[in-house]
Design a protein around this ligand. Sequence first.
Ligand code: ZN
Length: 200
Amino acid sequence: MSGSSGQGSDVFNGSADSADITTKGTGVAIRTIMLLGNPVLRTRCKAVPRSAREERARLARDLRDTLANFRTQRGFGRGIAAPQIGSTVRAIHIEPEIGGAMFNPRIVRRSRRTFLLWDDCFSFPDLLVRLRRHHTIEVAYEDAEGHRRTVKATGSLSELLQHEIDHLDGILAIDRAIDQKHIILRSELDRFTAGKGISL
Ligand SMILES: [Zn+2]
């Protein structure tokens, strides 16, 4: 990572434009995270053509570097979707489980079995949302070079992929809350769960 102390605050400025915040000379590409309320997060994203090699390489780099920067700044985050950096195309990046960008990902199988969890999102980092995800899924996608791949995911990787793929259709975790009372501030989780007797 850049290690530059001046970079981090810009990432959270909520700016409507998607201008790169590239750390000059280091090749690190950190882009502004789009925040809840920005219409770009509600856009249905377009497929990335397999022939668009330069676009794929640039997106893969930007997603990787922006995710790494967020983790450094906030201490959480395992995945990011292209609309979160202002690009309305079907690309996500998962780290470390996939270790790279996934283009045009599609869920091709879902288990009937589901599980409940508290979900979070870079685009509303102070919120937690109680929701239900499929326990096991299978995802077909293309890698940065355009090779077709599939991955079978269970548990935490499964819910993460469902979260990121939802972003590509303009769907946010808050849309999937089990009810309106289960959208809470991260700082109030202990108070909320103590009051409701909910076990995590
Ligand atoms: Zn998200």
